[in-house]
Design a protein around this ligand. Structure first.
Ligand SMILES: NC(=O)C1=CN([C@@H]2O[C@H](COP(=O)(O)OP(=O)(O)OC[C@H]3O[C@@H](n4cnc5c(N)ncnc54)[C@H](OP(=O)(O)O)[C@@H]3O)[C@@H](O)[C@H]2O)C=CC1
Ligand SMILES: O=C/C=C/c1ccc(O)c(O)c1
Ligand SMILES: [Zn+2]
Ligand SMILES: [Zn+2]
Length: 372
């Protein structure tokens, strides 16, 4: 199908850029993706131009294209697990050069001056600009990595390690840019990275399976808490989880009560929190990273009794992202992926909605997304 132009954007008259690019866009809450012509800005002094090679499909992409968070502004070109090769840099860019292998995650701009930015937690900047479905500082809408080219300020680009430093593949490494840092950052911040501690992972999807791998790399005991009995064998044998509990199996849940120092909760749909809180030791921590369409109900007695901690966590800072990429390369952590062509994205979205993916779709943008 021939790409369309950005009719909605043109009607709203945002600034238009000179650099032409092609992407895959959703135009309404059917979430159906079709090729589209978009524009990217000319190379600014601090910019890095990247030829996109791979882009992971995060469940946030699916929530957004279907407008489940009620914030989609169409057309939406999603994708924030982006890897590729630098093709050009602006004159102030010192850290990157043409030919470098790099990644871009969930954000492409922040204010730089607020308390969060000054503290190096720019993922909590009140003026954060997300990689897609956001408004950039110049008033244009941001388009993500389901696209052949991205132009990103140097500050939001991370380096993929060279072969000498234990290279990380650009395809299976792409999901680390969102899924990876989203679980790595809270595990580090909340001490769920200490050898011998016991961590639970709710939801064995894109985020969850990477959390299992990081937990193993930290030397922790890790238990998967899943709604899918069919994932048991692969969780234990391929991913190396120490235990697997089906959340609807009362005896398995009872046997694990009070055993976990913390839980990383990646469920993409709203669930009852009570059974999960019961798995925590006194003072154990439940870290929510999943962003279901519907809000959760908090069972106060289950939280307050036992002095349990309920926390949220969103993405990670750029320094945490670079640290996580370097750690992943050193410890051989990457996603289990199904590599697909650009013409397969709609089928992939349908399968993701059903939980039918082991464990991340990655679009082979470089070889399959063509401008005509
Ligand atoms: N906080 C942040 O910064 C970020 C948040 N997210 C959010 O995290 C969530 C997970 O993303 P991702 O890993 O890509 O999604 P996936 O679809 O890959 O995985 C989600 C998993 O949740 C579990 N699940 C699904 N439905 C239910 C249910 N009704 N009850 C309990 N568990 C369920 C399933 O695991 P199983 O079969 O094992 O039960 C499923 O595999 C999404 O909501 C996403 O938007 C994503 C990235 C960053
Ligand atoms: O997949 C990552 C999504 C992160 C995110 C967090 C909060 C929010 O409001 C978003 O629109 C995206
Ligand atoms: Zn994401
Ligand atoms: Zn800020």
């Amino acid at each position: 199908m021939a790409p369309t132009t950005t009719a909605t954007a043109a009607a709203e008259k945002p600034p238009q850029h000179a650099r032409k690019a092609v992407g895959l866009a959703a135009h309404d809450n059917s979430g159906h993706l079709t090729p589209i012509h978009i524009s990217r800005r000319n190379t600014g002094d601090d910019d890095v131009v990247i030829k996109v090679l791979y882009c992971g499909i995060c469940h946030s992409d699916l929530h957004t294209i279907k407008n489940e968070w009620r914030n989609a502004v169409y057309p939406v070109v999603a994708g924030h697990e982006i890897t590729g090769v630098v093709t050009e840099v602006g004159k102030n860019v010192a850290r990157f050069k043409a030919g470098d292998e790099v990644g871009v995650g969930c954000m492409v701009n922040t204010c730089g001056g607020c308390e969060s930015c000054r503290d190096g937690c720019e993922n909590y900047c009140s003026r954060v600009v997300f990689t897609y479905n956001s408004v950039d500082r110049d008033g244009t809408r941001t388009y993500g990595g389901y696209s052949d080219t991205v132009v990103v300020s140097e500050r939001f680009v991370v380096r993929f390690p060279s072969a000498a430093a234990g290279a990380l593949p650009l395809d299976s490494g792409a999901p680390l840019l969102c899924a990876g840092v989203t679980v790595y950052a809270p595990m580090r911040q909340h001490g769920l990275c200490e050898p011998g501690k016991h961590v639970g992972v709710v939801g064995l999807g894109g985020l969850g399976h990477v959390a299992v791998k990081f937990a193993r790399a930290f030397g922790m005991k890790v238990t998967v808490i899943s709604t899918s009995p069919a994932k048991r064998q692969e969780a234990l044998e391929r991913l190396g989880a120490d235990a697997f509990i089906v959340s609807t199996n009362a005896s398995e849940m009872k046997a694990a009560m009070g055993t976990m120092h913390g839980i990383i909760n990646t469920a993409s749909a709203s669930t009852s929190m009570h059974p999960y809180l019961a798995l925590l030791k006194p003072k154990g921590k439940m870290i929510l990273v999943g962003l279901p369409e519907k809000p959760l109900q908090i069972p106060t007695f289950a939280l307050v009794g036992g002095g349990k901690v309920l926390a949220g966590s969103c993405m990670g800072s750029i320094s945490e992202t670079q640290e996580m990429i370097d750690f992943a390369a050193e410890h051989g952590v990457a996603a289990d992926i199904e590599l697909i062509g650009a013409n397969e994205v709609n089928t992939a979205m349908e399968r993701l909605a059903k939980g039918d993916v082991r464990y991340r779709f990655v679009v082979d943008i470089g070889n399959t997304l063509k401008s005509d």
